[in-house]
Design a protein around this ligand. Structure first.
Ligand SMILES: *[C@@H]1O[C@H](CO)[C@@H](O)[C@H](O)[C@H]1NC(C)=O
Ligand SMILES: *[C@@H]1O[C@H](CO)[C@@H](O)[C@H](O)[C@H]1NC(C)=O
Ligand SMILES: *[C@@H]1O[C@H](CO)[C@@H](O)[C@H](O)[C@H]1NC(C)=O
Ligand SMILES: *[C@@H]1O[C@H](CO)[C@@H](O)[C@H](O)[C@H]1NC(C)=O
Ligand SMILES: *[C@@H]1O[C@H](CO)[C@@H](O)[C@H](O)[C@H]1NC(C)=O
Ligand SMILES: *[C@@H]1O[C@H](CO)[C@@H](O)[C@H](O)[C@H]1NC(C)=O
Ligand SMILES: *[C@@H]1O[C@H](CO)[C@@H](O)[C@H](O)[C@H]1NC(C)=O
Ligand SMILES: *[C@@H]1O[C@H](CO)[C@@H](O)[C@H](O)[C@H]1NC(C)=O
Ligand SMILES: *[C@@H]1O[C@H](CO)[C@@H](O)[C@H](O)[C@H]1NC(C)=O
Ligand SMILES: *[C@@H]1O[C@H](CO)[C@@H](O)[C@H](O)[C@H]1NC(C)=O
Ligand SMILES: *[C@@H]1O[C@H](CO)[C@@H](O)[C@H](O)[C@H]1NC(C)=O
Length: 380
């Protein structure tokens, strides 16, 4: 009859065999990641800094490869890839879609070409995608919008074409969308600013977007909005004034027309407002002269009329730049400007302002003063 100890010993062996099989199966999952990394490397045609030297087929410990960070839990899986300014040339492989636990991918400022693989949208844990500053072309993959985890999408400074996929507007985890300096076109999806409590940063500067600025409806976290240097037309939607979280509204260099909505003055946290180089008309609503948080105020090069309010220097006390040149403003330059003690730049040129220029000598930080092409008298 086997002793109690023998029985226990057999049980222990059985248990450890089971654990080894489990471990082998799990380690195999790690092997999927190792193979995916090697497959990614095979798409990279040059890495003059030697950054992928440690990535070799005979090295099993891929968590120690340069640029790779694994999660701490067993089995090891790739959690982040970090290669910014690494001078990688080549193409992004769809194999990256096999890195199931990848959460951060930063390949910004390289020399990557080809398209963004559709497979990236299938990564269930991807939180940050930074592919800015390469020569990526083609469309933004529709699949990205299907992600429930994607928060930060930074694809600026590439040569991407096509539009913003509609699917991306349904991505409720999205907080930052930076697509500036590409060749994107078409209309901004009408639901981009609709029903999102996470969207905080939208930068679409220097593309070829056309059509209207979509309405703002239940976007409660949006702080930075930059649509500068596109071909957007129509009115500025008054609903923008409901987005009380906004600190930057940058809509310059478009084809916007109509009146400036009075509601913009309701965004009480606003630091910078740029509506310059559009075709806006009418008076500057008085509510805008009441935004005491404002640092930069630019409505230059439009068709605006009316007068500067006499109290402007008191109601906009922290202004650093006031740019209202190339409009059709009339009347006097208010003396209260001398109270804007932070003012660095004042451009009221090319209007129909008259009277005397107040003595601006008290403005210690004023470095750019442009008042030409008005009906002003020389000051004494
Ligand atoms: C590990 O994966 C390979 C294919 O990648 C498969 O052939 C093998 O059977 C797997 N081994 C285990 C222990 O799951
Ligand atoms: C960038 O990549 C292209 C091809 O993809 C290559 O011809 C060129 O030499 C690379 N430039 C640099 C600076 O590595
Ligand atoms: C990895 O991804 C590629 C391309 O998407 C696919 O063909 C391949 O079967 C995948 N490999 C594994 C081990 O899952
Ligand atoms: C855009 O990317 C190119 C290539 O990486 C770089 O030379 C250039 O400085 C970048 N421009 C900006 C504004 O980031
Ligand atoms: C708003 O978004 C939430 C989740 O982000 C969703 O459950 C809800 O149905 C949406 N409401 C509308 C009116 O689209
Ligand atoms: C992208 O746009 C830039 C300037 O807007 C232009 O010079 C370039 O040729 C365009 N590239 C492509 C691939 O369309
Ligand atoms: C701003 O929000 C309020 C309350 O949600 C709503 O009644 C109003 O119509 C909105 N204004 C605009 C211009 O969308
Ligand atoms: C200016 O702001 C004050 C308080 O901050 C407010 O009472 C007043 O109604 C505002 N005036 C305009 C024209 O918006
Ligand atoms: C505001 O204007 C000043 C002076 O022109 C400039 O130095 C500064 O960068 C601007 N700040 C922002 C946030 O645009
Ligand atoms: C505005 O400036 C004038 C002249 O420099 C000064 O007398 C006055 O006290 C200032 N007012 C405020 C509210 O700072
Ligand atoms: C002028 O600028 C300097 C540095 O930018 C700052 O420390 C100082 O407070 C400014 N002066 C005034 C009067 O705003």
């Amino acid at each position: 009859m086997p002793s109690m100890f023998t029985l226990l010993y057999i049980l222990l062996i059985l248990f450890s065999v089971r654990t080894t099989i489990l471990e082998a199966a799990q380690a195999n999952k790690s092997e999927i990641d190792r193979q995916a990394l090697l497959c990614f490397k095979s798409g990279i045609s040059s890495y003059p800094l030697g950054i992928l030297d440690s990535w070799s087929d005979d090295s099993l410990n891929f968590c120690g490869w340069k640029g790779v960070t694994c999660r701490t839990k067993f089995p090891p899986r790739v959690a982040s890839l970090n290669f910014n300014y690494a001078r990688l040339s080549g193409k992004l492989s769809g194999c990256l879609g096999n890195l199931t636990f990848l959460s951060r991918m930063n390949l910004a400022y390289n020399n990557l070409s080809g398209t963004i693989p559709e497979e990236l949208g299938m990564l269930p844990n991807l939180h940050t995608l930074n592919l800015a500053g390469s020569y990526l072309q083609g469309n933004i993959p529709i699949s990205l919008g299907a992600s429930n985890s994607l928060s930060y999408v930074y694809l600026a400074n590439n040569t991407l074409t096509g539009g913003i996929p509609l699917s991306l507007t349904d991505c409720s985890s999205l907080s930052t969308l930076i697509l500036s300096r590409n060749n994107l076109s078409g209309e901004i999806p009408s639901t981009l600013f609709d029903n999102s409590s996470k969207l905080a940063v939208v930068d679409l500067q220097k593309n070829s977007f056309t059509g209207l600025i979509p309405r703002f409806h239940k976007v409660t976290a949006l702080k930075f909005l930059c649509l500068t240097e596109n071909f957007l037309s129509g009115n500025i939607p008054p609903s923008i004034g409901n987005v009380s979280s906004l600190t930057s509204i940058l809509l310059g260099q478009n084809k916007l027309s109509g009146l400036i909505p009075e509601t913009i003055g309701h965004t009480t946290k606003l630091l910078e407002l740029d509506l310059s180089f559009n075709s806006l008309s009418g008076n500057v609503p008085v509510s805008l002269y009441n935004m005491s948080s404002l640092k930069n105020f630019s409505v230059g090069s439009n068709g605006l009329v009316g007068q500067l309010p006499s109290y402007i220097g008191h109601s906009l006390p922290t202004l650093q730049s006031l740019i209202m040149g190339s409009n059709r403003l009339e009347g006097l330059i208010p003396t209260s400007l001398t109270n804007m003690s932070n003012l660095q730049m004042l451009d009221l040129s090319d209007n129909s302002l008259n009277g005397r220029v107040p003595s601006l000598g008290s403005l210690a930080n004023l470095s750019q003063l442009v008042l030409g092409s008005n009906l002003l008298e020389a000051h004494d």
